[in-house]
Design a binder for this molecule. Sequence first.
Ligand code: C2E
Ligand code: MG
Ligand code: MG
Ligand code: MG
Length: 278
Amino acid sequence: TAKAGGRNTLRFFDACIQLAMDKRLALEKDLREGLERGQMAIHLQPQVNQAGKVVGAEVLLRWYHPERGPVSPTEFIPLAESTGLILPLGKWVLKEACATLRRWADHPALSRLTLSVNVSARQFLESDFDRQVLDILAASGANPCHLKLELTESLLAHDVADIVEKMGTLRERGVRFSLDDFGTGYSSLGYLQRLPLDELKIDRMFVCDVLSNPNDASIARIILSLAQNLGLSVTAEGVETAGQLDFLRANGCRQYQGFLFGHPVPVAAFEAGIPAPL
Ligand code: C2E
Ligand code: MG
Ligand code: MG
Ligand code: MG
């Protein structure tokens, strides 16, 4: 009967939800263990200037699980954010980044580079986040001027005064800030003016079709002129072709990141690719 069929359908959905919950729990357990067992690594993706010279890198978290293989951050970062695991994970990434900066400090070419670290809203909103960063910087001996923190627009749904204060504490010590994935979130232009930012990152969503889609081209241009008016620098994300680069350059973008210049690679491989100055 229809009723029995309905019940079966319900049971089927229950089973599906149960399965999804089990999978999520298993992934969460594996992630927690992965951090403890040394399965995490940072990769670095070059950021280049107009001359094509590498000026820094974005730090991207990688997880290699012995059975699952590589798990994408687009899969495990949202899980880490909702479970709170992003707090120890984020600290680990900051420590790795600062240790790397310290190792580079005496190198003729690497010592000039900045590292950009992604910071989740959940991390930044911890009451002592600014203190955590300063402690990690001090313990590692890294120069704060070489550290950049990438924030996302989701942060702006929270107490802006508190955000501005933490940013101010860190900026006083030389740490810089960029707003990641700009244009995809819900920040109002008013917030943009209040935040002590150094840089906007144009999301790769807009860069992708900048040559074929007039709307994306307009958005990219608007972001670039907005940044110029606010005195912010801009890094374009996801630059894959020479055509995209030409467009961005012609419209005033001075810094780029994307597969055209380099994929995220292990730290040693990144270091090997930086030529010594003449
Ligand atoms: P994101 O911060 O916007 O990082 C840029 C993403 O774009 C990276 O993906 C990078 O590999 C990818 N990408 C770079 N250039 C290109 C390109 O030319 N074409 C294409 N198609 N993709 C490109 P990934 O490494 O998978 O990271 C995804 C997201 O996960 C990051 O987006 C960031 O939001 C988050 N994430 C990664 N590492 C961390 C971390 O340590 N902490 C936090 N909180 N989030 C992280
Ligand atoms: Mg980023
Ligand atoms: Mg981004
Ligand atoms: Mg992005």
